[in-house]
Design a protein around this ligand. Structure first.
Ligand code: GLP
Length: 257
């Protein structure tokens, strides 16, 4: 089962991610971090920044990218990851990859990205948000649990949710490149974060619902090392919340997320 931690603030959630990242980087200075965009991971990146670690040898692979934005577009995930992660945290730009950023053909970008992740030794720690449709990365409902990095069509819900970053809703790309659920499941440790009431149904489906491609986040139930960190609002739909609190409050000294 996933370890579910219900926290009182986004800052506390960020600290749990940062503690896991810091322990990893201490034992492996060239660790491979799986990076995510969206508002959810920001407190985690901020908490990691507060640790003041040397991250210059850390390697990174982003979860996803839009297809069809002009190079350098400020809302491309390459630009977002550079602005929100690489620059503030002091990662080395050449060590951070985003799907499709190697200049090759779009049709084979997924295969190349998979190859590059494998060549790097795999992702050690993957941070995840979850969309209101239940997507992780951009794996919309219906995505296979075995899927690898590939081009996907975004749902109208996701395009509407992400319209806030663009001048007009029509400017949101219709397609994306995303790591598959199978790619994500290969990472050694998953940290799934969610905040706010709008995420409560997606979190309940991911953590306690049946395993189904209709709730892509439920794929995390297949992973042996998952930490789900949610605030009270995002935890509102969890039937076993009392047990998760009890388990966290009574964790053994050596049990760190
Ligand atoms: C986008 C990203 C996802 C992210 C989701 C939720 O669709 N591709 O990786 O989890 O948005 O975003 P937010 O964290 O802003 O709610």
């Amino acid at each position: 089962m996933a370890e579910v931690v219900i926290v009182s603030s986004q800052e506390a959630a960020g600290e749990i991610y940062a503690a896991a990242a810091a322990a990893l980087i201490a034992r492996k200075p060239d660790a491979v971090l799986g990076l995510a965009t969206g508002s959810t991971p920001l407190p985690a990146y901020a908490a990691l920044l507060r640790r003041g670690l040397d991250l210059s040898r850390v390697r990174g692979f982003a979860l996803d990218e839009y297809v069809g934005l002009p190079p350098g577009h400020p809302e491309s995930y390459r630009a977002v990851i550079t602005r929100e992660v690489v620059e503030p945290l002091g990662l080395t730009p050449a060590l951070v990859r985003v799907p499709g950023d190697d200049g090759g053909l779009l049709e084979t970008a997924g295969e190349r990205y998979e190859r590059d992740i494998v060549a790097a030794g795999g992702v050690d720690l993957q941070i995840l948000g979850i969309g209101r449709t239940g997507h992780i990365g951009f794996n919309e409902p219906g995505s296979s649990f075995g899927s690898l990095t590939r081009v996907k069509t975004l749902t109208s819900h996701t395009r509407a949710d992400n319209a806030r970053f663009f001048d007009s809703p029509d400017d949101v790309p219709t397609h994306c490149l995303t790591q598959g659920l199978g790619t994500i499941l290969r990472a050694r440790h998953l940290v799934l974060l969610a905040f706010g009431a709008s995420k409560a149904p997606a979190i309940a489906a991911a953590v306690e619902g049946p395993l189904t491609a209709s709730a892509p986040g439920s794929a995390v139930q297949l992973h042996p090392h998952v930490t789900v960190v949610v605030d009270e609002d995002a935890a509102a739909g969890l039937a076993n919340a009392d047990y998760y609190r009890y388990a966290w409050d009574n964790r053994l000294a050596w049990e760190t997320p």
